[in-house]
Design a protein around this ligand. Sequence first.
Ligand code: SAH
Ligand code: SF4
Length: 335
Amino acid sequence: MTYEEMLAEVSALGEKPYRAKQLFAWVYKRGVDDIGAMTDVSLALRERMRDIYGIRGIRLIDAKTAPDGTRKFLSELEDGNRIESVLIPETARLTLCVSTQAGCALGCRFCMTGAGGFMRNLRLSEMTGQVFAAGTPLAEGERITNVVLMGMGEPLANYDNVIRFTGILTDGNGFGFSHNKVTVSTAGLVPAIKRFGEESNCALAVSLNATTDEVRDRIMPINKKYPIKGLIAALRAYPHAGKKHVTIEYVVLRDVNDSAEDARRLAFLLRSIPCKVNLIPFNEFQGAAFKSPDNQRVSAMSRILQDAGYTVIVRSSKGLEIQAACGQLRGWREE
Ligand code: SAH
Ligand code: SF4
């Protein structure tokens, strides 16, 4: 439940509103999963609540650590579906990558999650559960600093639960992240992007991945529904004034979208949109129809974009050895 939902429950029980704040903090800030342990709530109320409510999470069933320190978590849901979360250590950051769906319906050709098909949307408790599952084994002094909704699934296709989840992530009595430390990544669901801009202050990342409809149609079937022109228009109309951060993600596929021409088209497409560009060299997986690009090609693209005034980050492939890098998550199913 969100804070607002707890508030409604609490008042239905005839309790004062401050109770909701207490309960919310017990669950999300302190991570207590036993109503009986909520000691500032009267025993009678705790017992009553135990009859009505339960605190749910996910069941962590396996974890792996890559040589570079990236950790991948496999969890099983109540219905047997399996999802993955990834914890990525960097110099001054520890980023948790959260899944929002079991599988994904969008079927991008370069993505292993897409290749596995769609099972269902994750519940709120299955998203908050990933934060607990990854955060619990952390060493003394280690703390998750950033959360990215870039794991399995298309976050904006699970819109309501994602908004509930990001609300808890950014609530001071919840997980307490600031809005710019929480990033939601979308393959480009145009109407949902507009809504997200109105309803959330969290950062947005958009997987553009191509500069022509011809190529984008081929690698991202969703482009047929929401072609590049409308997507760019939505980004141009995005409320940047309130310092909303937009990241453009671009998976670089060898000989598909890695030319100097692509970089110049990208620079032109993005003109006057305040954004930074993440170039993500394609991570290969078994059976993939694409190849990783040449480093030189990626550097050349980066230079062209930088010369055009963009901030460019070439995203390094963390956790490749344990299949934890972008696009490699599918729930351990074939390992
Ligand atoms: N569904 C959302 C978020 C999850 S995918 C989205 O598509 O944005 C997160 C990122 O991984 C996306 O930018 C996607 O383009 C990228 N990605 C998918 N497969 C990849 C692969 N094999 N190698 C590199 N990046 C990949
Ligand atoms: Fe789904 Fe994102 Fe993978 Fe595309 S890249 S199939 S939208 S998870």
